[in-house]
Design a binder for this molecule. Structure first.
Ligand SMILES: [Zn+2]
Length: 106
């Protein structure tokens, strides 16, 4: 509403206004561009690296994880079963050691 009230002999004022308007538009453009860039920019939730557009960052639930971390995650997952078994074996060994110590004491 009521944007252009001045349409008279004050051509100088108009030009000034136009320039102001232009700079406002430029600022808006920059702002929306920055917003656009920011929306495509993600920090990896695991390593904290900021990735942008060309470097893939995948959304997993509420997290963003970069390709590097995903690969490491995949390796860890591939290794999960073996790791789980190792943990179980370790637990057993520790239990046996505990028992053994208990028996030794008695
Ligand atoms: Zn990462």
């Amino acid at each position: 509403m009521g944007g252009k009230a001045l349409t008279g002999p004050q051509g100088n004022e108009d030009a000034k206004k136009d320039r102001t308007k232009e700079s406002i538009i430029e600022t808006r453009k920059l702002e929306s561009y920055a917003e656009h860039v920011t929306s495509e920019m993600h920090a990896c939730s695991l390593c904290g690296a900021v990735r942008y557009k060309k470097v893939p960052v995948k959304r997993i639930g509420k997290l963003w994880v970069c390709m590097t971390c995903l690969k490491e995650l995949k390796l860890a997952l591939d290794d999960l079963e073996r790791w789980e078994n190792e943990t179980k074996i370790k637990d057993k060994t520790e239990q046996q050691v505990d028992k053994g110590l208990g028996l030794d004491d008695a």
